[in-house]
Design a protein around this ligand. Structure first.
Ligand SMILES: Nc1ncnc2c1ncn2[C@@H]1O[C@H](COP(=O)(O)OP(=O)(O)O)[C@@H](O)[C@H]1O
Ligand SMILES: [Mg+2]
Length: 325
């Protein structure tokens, strides 16, 4: 079966002002199947958006890549070369954090549809543009008659985000990368957008890659989840595995920081800070903050251990003996 996304030893970095490359995503290998809701979680700055941008093909020119990334079987990154022409905006699209990033402020919604549809389908006529736009707007639960002739600022935040999703759908994208799609919305609208993404997945079979720092949100809609720490995949598995039986010390601590509804207990935080990007580090990237740190963790990169679909990169689970015996 063709996979929606397949990354093999993928590295992504940015050149700094001195033309020195700073790796942000380290050696990422993962697969996303067609039709699943896959979540990328981690603290702010760990590289979630960088990975999302790589998947949709909008890394900036000063980004460096290594390894392989495939979208629906098409190689889009092979080391330094990028080949997104066939997939960007056609098969895979981004739902940005802030709908303002997807919607042009000075263009009516109908002109935005016209623009994306014309760049996707050469020679498409007015009637078909209207038909396709109306259909996409209805799918996301908007009244096309109300939205089509409006400017973005005339719509509420929730309607803007729905419109951004409709634009992505109108070109036939089967994979949506939603980068913190609800963080600019009020709490009561968040759930609606999550439900919408869930419905698009269920009814249209769209693959949704959801990026969030919010573990509760991830748990609500995802099937599988990747935990990123400082650009390293530290754990991956089904929601049941990762939430029910977290293996990596970072995941455990992260789950401990989730506020319990109605509890007055003081919120826990994980002591310490993630390493600075570009800082040379040996061993496990989490060792400075890890309560289970052993000598080996300071010296050697932890192995990735698979237990079926559940995998973790941590010396605690190494059969070779964590103490380096
Ligand atoms: N365009 C860019 N140029 C240079 N560095 C960047 C760029 N975008 C992000 N970074 C750096 O990459 C790291 C990860 O950022 P990002 O992918 O936005 O993380 P997240 O989405 O998890 O908060 C941060 O250290 C950030 O400063
Ligand atoms: Mg981000």
């Amino acid at each position: 079966m063709v996979l929606a996304v397949e990354a093999d030893d993928l590295w992504i970095g940015y050149l700094d002002d001195n033309d020195r490359n700073i790796w942000i995503i380290h050696d990422a290998s993962f697969k996303v199947s067609m039709g699943e809701i896959y979540c990328i979680v981690g603290e702010s700055g760990c590289g979630k958006s960088t990975l999302g941008k790589a998947i949709v093909g909008i890394l900036p020119p000063h980004a460096e890549t290594r390894g392989v990334l495939k979208i629906v079987g098409e190689t889009v990154i092979r080391d330094r070369d990028h080949y997104y022409r066939k997939v960007r905006g056609r098969i895979v699209s981004l739902i940005p954090q802030n709908p303002g990033q997807a919607l042009h402020p000075y263009l009516r919604i109908r002109d935005q549809f016209k623009y994306v549809l014309r760049s996707r389908y050469r020679g498409i006529g007015e009637d078909e543009i209207r038909e396709r736009s109306y259909e996409a707007l209805r799918i996301v639960g908007l009244d096309p008659g109300e939205v089509y002739d409006s400017y973005p600022h005339e719509l509420s935040g929730g309607m803007q985000q729905r419109t951004a999703i409709a634009l992505a759908l109108s070109t036939g994208s089967r994979i949506l990368v939603a980068d913190e799609p609800t963080s600019s919305l009020d709490a009561h609208l968040r759930m609606q957008i999550l439900r919408l993404l869930e419905r698009l997945n269920r009814e249209l079979g769209l693959t949704i890659i959801m990026i969030t720092h919010d573990l509760l949100q991830a748990r609500k809609i995802c099937g599988r989840i990747m935990v990123l720490y400082a650009g390293h995949i530290v754990e991956e598995g089904s929601v049941e595995d990762v939430y029910g039986n977290p293996l990596h010390p970072y995941t455990k601590l992260l789950l401990d920081t989730i506020p319990i509804l109605g509890s007055r207990k003081k919120l826990k935080t994980i002591p310490g800070e993630p390493p600075e990007p570009g800082k040379y580090m040996v061993g496990c990237p989490f060792h400075p903050r890890c309560p289970y740190r052993m000598e080996k963790c300071l010296i050697e990169t932890p192995p990735t251990i698979n237990a079926g679909e559940h995998r973790v990169s941590c010396w605690l689970y190494s059969r070779n003996g964590p103490a380096g015996t």
